[in-house]
Design a protein around this ligand. Structure first.
Ligand code: NAD
Ligand code: ZN
Length: 1616
């Protein structure tokens, strides 16, 4: 055995904690030497056993010779559930069975679960045996294994039963951490950080600055047992071990002093009072350490609120925990997205805290931190509920009142702008720079992390974090490690500065690039102009997602330099970004700003001033003639020289809030560190805004004091240009709201504005800040009853006296710190104002609320918000009026009229074209009207028409509107309001197609501008006004070839996708027939999972793939555009791509679609944290009329509810997947999941994993129990895995199925539809039935082939036979009466004769007067009822529909030849299709006349000669012949046969001709058609037979016939 170097820590007086790497042989030897025993029992869980048990086994084996000792091992299931009474009993039984005695030594190898459980077994087995802790998780190493606490859980709570039982040894083998999942490692780091935070600042500093190295230590596996000896230990291992040992030493020390937890030991509960309460709500989804991490921050905030702890310390703790990927607030998406998170209410948490073991009586105790490394008391401190609840609540209410601390003197946090610049300058400079008053914010943290990752500089803290020491890197920067993207969150300044910094990175290995990215919102913020400028200068920068936004990928090649042109009208940060980096370019830079108006010049000046302090002089060019400054800057090539110290100015924007509080409350406030010499534009706020409002302002170079006029006496400003201080406009706006006195004389507006107007200009850039701040102010001020007006470049606010403002407003803050702080100023004078998201101030002033209370003297209370409704604008009618008219909008040329007419004919509704209505009303065409009266008049008139149309036709109409209707705001409002009552459908068509189409059409007014511009302007309006989107699909349908069939005739069967889709869509969205699957208790339904990255190649096969199923699941998380086909890992496909895929799919099938975005943690590819994207997608899907949306209940409850309220006629499948194999169907946990899902879903889906057959029975039990409970919803209950296949067979609603042709199964264990049917038959749930054909002669019938092929393809056990009899007699009666009778087809000559045997007839059978299908229906008492139907007419109708090129219009005519039984079906079909006239030709007029009277509504017109149509009548578009082929001829000379002239076919019509005769295939009629009417489509009789047979099959089985295989077989047999 190789020697191991261990570090020993003493606890309770013994050096029993041994720490090192790769210790297994050492452990075994030490145990055998020091703890002699007859039996050694190692207990572990399966995860750890798989990885590490063998090593122990062989180490014990090596020592076999040493006597008769036994080594046994026992493996339990992983997870908290093993820590139970049963789990304990199982181990005890194992020990007893193996005759273990008192001298046994038990080894607990595993995480805290194993340690606690095995420790407790050891504590009571034979009244206590020796045991050894070998922790394998970090949590267990630093926490649970140390201290001797053991316990198990009961249903009443965690750790309720246990004992103190000290292990003989604790072996810490840090090499185990190499196999530990990263999340578990972070979980343990929470405790490590905690221990350092209460005890040791040095330790904390190391953790704070070295998180990346510490992670690296566990992520790079050590080879050849390196680290076992000190000599082989890497620096990373050394660091890891020192962190662990340091943490253990503290805990061991505390335990030694206070073993039984009476006082000091309480300190290790820092973060645990609140953390445990959170854990109680979120377990088991969130881990202990994750909850404790949030708990620590909240408890630190409690300390800050009490005035004990500084914000610097809170900030350090926050960033340190974040560095270990731990959540630090309840709004972390990992927490907020959990359904359970809705249980995190303040009341609930306080309630849970009540039963904390540390409490004394009802008082709650919290460990209060005084600074990093020390606590306020040597024990937990009693804290009032009100303090805790204020910290916990999500919103703040400011108690209006006069600041009690006036005159206030305070400093504000360091300027964000200066902090960011100083950081970057010092990092790029040479030498050491100490930065003081640096703002501890996300932006600065992100900048530091990024510069660290680029190896640009190193950072350390002094004075408890008050000073940042920067070691400049002189501009040397390296590409981050491969694959590592620099994540910037939502830090906008950092993103803009770093965009240029990335170009400075020096060349390295080929192919390497620097990638910066951010969160979803960051990815929408513009950065395009900056990138354009850098690209133009030769930098290779790519946009990885949206053009003009992050993420950016930059090639490391240095910045070229020379002359750079930059469009600077959007953000001055682009300018600063280039200026700051410019000295490091290869050539000196001349920066020229283009694009007119330069925005925020003061920030550019600030940058230049600071560059000067760091030794670089920028020269701004002047016009030689006028001396006017030009927007051209010359920057020398030079390295920055760091000053030894740099004091960062207080943030002037932040200073506006306390100053404004003084102004609005008539009190005094002094802000130090900001004065007239300030670098920041916002420092002018006092002089240029507050003074003219009537305040007294005293400003020295470095200090500003403001005293407000008496309350209510603020003056309006008239006009103010805030261009030099744009960020302060929010503060100015809230003051302007209560500025009810007229302005000073010189500022009065002379344009007739209201006297209390404040017109703020020069702030257009504020539309693209954290939110659209101008809109935000307008909307939120409106809640106070303040009127405003939006201007291009700003806004007007009309002041009111304070008493007239509405009290109790709840202000939405848009996650924007400035909105929150500005409105808290207003709140000091308006009672009851609530700021909804108080945490958003964290960006620049995290302790604003504490300072408002403690330093200014205005009380702040915590408020819990009731489930507020989300303010999203889209609306989908959820409960629209029955038959509410459908409104159609869209671009001109998108197909509104065509689709609208088709939809109205399908719905049986009236079609209204707004343009036509317009022309009728104004007696003039739209074009002339515009020419005469101009556009504005036309738009107004058009809006009037819209109003009238909507009012007069509330139901039963399809109303198509002009493309420009959305140009008028009033019309948009009308549409948006209507969308709440009925569907507003936006027809979307590929813009290129629109352009192509419009090129040929001039009926309506020309645009007078490029169509593409019009399109871009209107698209957002269409989107905003519509509740549904119909895609007029023009994409390429198939990328693969159609499957080849043996017979060209097959090709005549076209899917007719477009018409079907119009039908499906409009019936669904109008609610006339929502396209849904029956979820009746006795119906079985299935969906096919499509797992293609791109479904278009599969489109030709969809019909076959979906045989038998009721719906199609589109796994959008698996969709990938071709460029991303092999991108592994989480992925968000674009909405546009998904829309296109859905539209393509709709062309080939009308089956309902189940849209699923399965998340990564639930077995899919959709990122778990992309909640916004997910719901954006779901919302789009609803708009597209997707019938089912699978929504995982792990998403936010609020968003799910919101979606549910907008789902229209679509349904939500609320789903939960647990792949771990640990979910028990009989547990309360699953029931809880069901309830959450049932609350928001229409269908519940719960998926587990079966380990054994029995798990499927447990699932069945569960399903049965839930089905009978109140509020039951249909359940999709499935067990994954091969063992779970039975559950797929037994599940009834929407069982997911695969198909043998699919490339991969969507989930392991998935079966095909046919397999399930076979299985159902075998287990007795699908009895075999017999089907017949009744008729004579029928020996050559194709029907048996048709139906038996279909049965076989679908795995159905039925059979179809011929029953040829002379009459309808006993044989037929017997067949009908048999218990296994499944159905029958009826043919000549029995179509009338069977009718007396039937119990009921369908209306169609009645109308046609013939039955060709008998369907048995089971009555409740089990007896059979025989129902007669007719599918012949459907066969005819289907063939016409799928062959006609255009929709049938009212004037169209059709021709039927012959007047026998079949012609009745033909007339019925043609009538149903909407033909205005049906010509009937028959040689004997009498039987023709009988038909005329049989179909009185059908307008049957008898004609005397083929080819001679009635007066004024059209030539027929459809010809159906029902006479035997042998009785017809095309030869006028043949006697005794019906002569068919070529005049039957009007050549221009593109019509359809059907010959109902089967034999021969080419009848004289069809031959004639193919000779003289090339554009006509011929349909053979066999095709009609097939179509009617498909329908028959559906009526019998409830399943769609697999038409392709069936047709293939039937044609093959026919041709044979
Ligand atoms: N006694 C105490 O003082 C004390 C203190 C804190 C926590 N606890 C208890 O500890 C338990 C939590 O402990 P935990 O966080 O270690 O959880 P755990 O024991 O469940 O382990 C976490 C997961 O990691 C796996 N795992 C363990 N070691 C591994 C390794 N080296 N490689 C790969 N996988 C590995 C486990 O199988 C498990 O799935 C809780 O029951 C808690 O109550 C006790
Ligand atoms: Zn803990």
């Amino acid at each position: 055995m190789s020697a191991a170097d261990v570090q020993k820590v003493s606890i309770l007086g013994r050096e029993s904690i041994h720490c090192g790497f790769h210790l297994v042989p050492y452990i075994v030897k030490t145990v055998l030497d020091a703890l002699p025993a007859s039996t050694y029992v190692l207990v572990t869980d399966t995860n750890v056993a798989n990885l590490h048990l063998a090593a122990f086994q062989s180490a014990f084996d090596e020592h076999k010779l040493r006597g008769r000792a036994r080594f046994l091992s026992y493996v339990v299931q992983p997870g908290e559930t093993s820590k139970s009474r049963e789990g304990k009993a199982d181990i005890e039984d194992f020990l007893l069975l193996n005759k273990c005695t008192r001298d046994t030594v038990i080894l607990a190898l595993g995480g805290g679960v194993i340690g606690d459980l095995v420790g407790f077994v050891a504590a009571t087995f034979m009244r206590g045996v020796r045991f050894v802790q070998i922790p394998t998780t970090l949590l267990a190493m630093v926490d649970s294994s140390v201290g001797g606490k053991t316990a198990i859980d009961t249903p009443h709570g965690k750790n309720l039963i246990g004992a103190f039982w000290q292990p003989e040894y604790i072996f810490i083998d840090a090499a185990f951490l190499e196999t530990l999942p990263a999340r578990e490692f972070s979980n343990g780091m929470a405790e490590v950080v905690k221990t350092a935070a209460i005890w040791n600042e040095n330790e904390f500093s190391a953790l704070e600055s070295r998180s990346a190295e510490i992670f690296a230590a566990i992520q790079t596996p050590s080879k050849d047992f390196s680290g076992r000896t000190a000599a082989t230990r890497s620096a990373a291992q050394q660091l890891l071990l020192s962190v662990i040992v340091g943490s253990i030493s503290v805990k061991a020390h505390i335990v030694t002093i206070d073993e039984r937890e009476t006082g000091l030991r309480n300190l290790v509960n820092f973060g645990h009072t609140i953390g445990h309460a959170i854990e109680a709500v979120l377990t088991p989804t969130m881990l202990h350490g994750e909850c404790i991490s949030v708990g620590m921050i909240l408890e630190a905030e409690v300390a800050r609120q009490l005035g004990v702890l500084s914000q610097v310390a809170v900030g350090r703790l926050t960033r340190c925990l974040r560095g270990y990927n731990l959540p630090v607030s309840l709004s972390d998406p990992r927490i907020a997205s959990l359904p359970a998170a809705k249980g995190l209410g303040v009341e609930r948490l306080l309630d849970i805290m009540k039963i904390d073991k540390k409490n004394s009586g009802p008082q709650k105790k919290i460990v209060i931190l005084a600074r990093i490394g020390a606590t306020y008391e040597q024990k937990a401190t009693v804290v009032a509920d009100s303090v805790i609840s204020k910290t916990l609540s999500e919103a703040a209410r400011v108690v209006a009142g006069i600041p009690t601390k006036s005159p206030v003197t305070m400093a504000t946090p360091g300027s964000k702008s200066i902090s960011n610049r100083a950081l970057l300058l010092a990092a790029l400079g040479t030498g050491t720079c100490r930065l003081r008053n640096l703002l501890h914010s996300d932006d600065t943290q992100v900048m530091m992390n990024a510069l660290g990752e680029l190896k640009g500089a190193s950072f350390s803290w002094e004075d408890g974090g008050e000073t940042l020491v920067v070691e400049g890197g002189q501009g040397s920067l390296a590409v981050p490690p491969k694959g590592k993207e620099i994540y910037l969150g939502n830090a906008g300044t950092a993103a803009r500065f770093l965009a240029t910094v990335c170009t400075l990175v020096q060349a390295s290995a080929p192919g390497e690039r620097t990638v910066i990215t951010g969160n979803a919102r960051m990815k929408q913020r513009p950065i395009g102009p900056l990138v354009d400028a850098l690209r133009a200068n030769g930098s290779d920068i790519q946009f990885l997602e949206s053009q003009g936004c992050l993420p950016l990928s930059t090639a490391p090649a240095g910045l070229k330099g020379g002359r750079i042109q930059l469009a600077a009208s959007v953000s001055s940060q682009y300018v600063s970004s280039i200026l700051l980096c410019a000295p490091y370019a290869q050539e000196a830079i001349t920066l020229e700003l283009t694009g007119g108006q330069v925005i925020s010049q003061p920030y550019i000046d600030m940058t230049i001033a600071m560059m000067r302090t760091f030794g670089v002089d920028v020269v701004r060019e002047k016009d030689a003639a006028t001396g006017k400054l030009l927007d051209v800057y010359h920057i020398p090539k030079q390295v920055y020289t760091n000053p030894a110290n740099y004091n960062i100015e207080s943030d002037a924007s932040s200073a506006t809030y306390p100053l404004a509080v003084a102004a609005i409350t008539g009190t005094t406030c002094t802000i130090g560190n900001i004065g007239s010499s300030s670098l920041q534009g916002d420092a002018r706020f006092a002089k240029e805004v507050l003074e003219p409002m009537g305040c007294k302002v005293v400003q020295t170079e470095t200090e500003t004091t403001v005293t407000g006029p008496p309350i209510g006496q603020l003056r309006a400003l008239g006009y103010v240009d805030m261009e030099p201080m744009t960020d302060a406009f929010l503060t100015a706006s809230v003051l302007a709201a209560v500025a009810s006195m007229p302005p000073f004389k010189e500022r009065e507006l002379t344009d007739g504005s209201k006297p209390t107007t404040t017109r703020i200009l020069g702030i257009a850039n504020q539309r693209v800040k954290e939110c659209n701040r101008i809109k935000a102010m307008i909307d939120q001020l409106a809640k106070f009853g303040i009127e405003t007006k939006e201007l291009d470049d700003g806004l007007e606010v009309y002041g009111k006296p304070i008493p007239e403002l509405k009290q109790g407003a709840s202000v939405h803050c848009y996650d924007d710190h400035r909105v929150a702080m500005a409105f808290s100023v207003l709140a000091t004078v308006v009672n009851g104002t609530i700021l909804e998201e108080k945490r958003c101030v964290e960006k620049t002033w995290p302790n604003w609320w504490d300072d408002l209370q403690n330093k200014i003297g205005v009380d702040v209370e915590g408020v819990e918000l009731r489930a507020a409704d989300s303010g999203a604008s889209a609306s989908t009618p959820a409960s629209a009026a029955a038959a509410a008219s459908a409104v159609i909008i869209g671009m001109r040329g998108s197909g509104k009229t065509y689709i609208g007419e088709l939809a109205s004919s399908i719905l049986g509704w009236q079609f209204l074209d707004a343009d036509a209505v317009f022309e009728e009303k104004h007696k003039v065409g739209v074009r002339e009207f515009v020419a005469k009266d101009g556009w504005p008049t036309f738009r107004a008139a058009e809006t009037d028409i819209l109003r009238e149309l909507l009012a007069q036709n509330p139901t039963g109409h399809v109303i198509s509107l002009g493309g420009g209707i959305v140009e008028t705001p009033a019309a948009r409002d009308l549409l948006k309001a209507y969308a709440k009552r009925g569907p507003v459908v936006h027809i979307v068509r590929e813009i290129d197609e629109v352009v192509k189409y419009l090129g040929e059409e001039t009926a309506r007014p020309a645009y007078g501008e490029p169509i593409i511009d019009v399109y871009q302007r209107r698209e957002p309006w269409f989107a905003e006004c519509c509740s549904y989107v119909f895609v007029n699909y023009t994409g390429v349908l198939t990328a693969a070839e159609e499957p080849k069939s043996n017979d060209p005739v097959l090709a005549t069967l076209k899917p007719n996708g477009f018409r079907n889709e119009v039908e499906r869509f409009f019936k669904h969205v109008t609610g006339q027939r929502p396209n849904l699957v029956s979820t009746d208790a006795d119906a079985r339904s299935y969906f096919l999972s499509l797992t293609y990255p791109d479904i278009t190649p599969a489109l030709p096969f969809i019909e076959e793939l979906t045989s038998g199923v009721d719906a199609i699941e589109l796994r959008v998380d698996l969709l990938r555009t071709s460029k991303d086909f092999d991108k592994p890992g989480p992925y968000i496909p674009s909405v546009a791509y998904i829309t296109d895929q859905i539209a393509a799919l709709r062309q080939v099938t009308s089956l309902p679609i189940v849209l699923t975005a399965r998340t990564f943690s639930q077995g899919g590819q959709f990122p778990d944290n992309a909640e916004k994207e997910a719901f954006g997608l779901f919302q789009s899907a609803v708009r597209l009329g997707v019938e089912y949306i699978d929504v995982e209940i792990s998403w936010s409850e609020r968003l799910i509810q919101d979606l549910a309220s907008r789902k229209g006629h679509s349904k939500i499948i609320a789903s939960w997947h647990d792949w771990s194999g640990n979910m028990r169907w009989d547990s309360k946990a699953v029931e809880a999941k069901y309830r959450i899902a049932a609350a928001s879903g229409d269908i519940v889906k719960i998926v587990g994993k079966a380990n054994a057959l029995e798990d499927n029975f447990a699932l069945q039990d569960f399903a049965r129990r839930m089905a009978t409970a109140p509020g039951a919803k249909p359940l999709i209950g499935i067990n994954m895995g091969i063992e779970g296949q039975l559950s797929r067979i037994l599940n009834k609603t929407l069982s997911p199925v695969s198909h043998p042709l699919l490339p991969t199964k969507a989930a392991p264990g998935q079966l095909s539809f046919a397999q399930i049917q076979t299985a159902l038959h075998l287990i007795g749930s699908e009895p075999a039935r017999r089907f017949y054909l009744f008729g004579n002669p029928i020996a050559h019938s194709m029907s048996p082939t048709l139906h038996n092929t279909a049965f076989e393809a679908l795995g159905l056990p039925h059979t179809y036979d011929l029953l040829e009899t002379a009459t309808v007699g006993e044989e037929i009666k017997a067949a009908l009466a048999a218990p296994d009778f499944g159905g029958a087809s009826v043919t000549i000559p029995f179509k009338l004769d069977v009718m007396p045997l039937l119990d009921s007839l369908s209306p169609e059978a009645e109308a046609i007067g013939a039955v060709n299908t008998i369907i048995p229906k089971r009555k409740a008492d089990g007896s059979l009822l025989l129902h007669g139907d007719n599918t012949d007419w459907i066969g005819i109708q289907q063939c016409i529909r799928s062959s006609l090129a255009k929709p049938i219009v009212k004037s169209d005519a059709a021709l039927v030849i012959g007047a026998g039984g079949t012609s009745r079906a033909a007339i019925h079909a043609l009538h149903k299709l909407g033909f205005k006239s049906i010509y009937l030709f028959n040689r004997t007029r009498q039987s023709a006349e009988a038909l005329v009277s049989a179909f009185p509504d059908a307008n049957v017109v008898i004609i005397d000669a083929l080819g001679a149509w009635p007066e004024g009548g059209q030539a027929p578009l459809v010809v159906v012949s029902t006479v035997p082929a042998s009785a017809t001829t095309t030869d006028p000379g043949v006697a005794n046969a019906l002569y068919l002239p070529s005049a039957i076919f009007a050549a221009h019509l593109h019509g359809v001709v059907i010959d109902m005769a089967y034999k021969p295939a080419e009848t004289p009629l069809l031959t004639l058609a193919s000779n003289v009417a090339k554009d006509w489509t011929s349909v053979r009789g066999l095709q009609v037979l097939l179509e009617q047979g498909f329908m028959q099959f559906y009526l019998w089985t409830g399943r769609r016939c697999p038409t392709r295989v069936v047709s293939g077989r039937v044609w093959a047999k026919y041709n044979a």
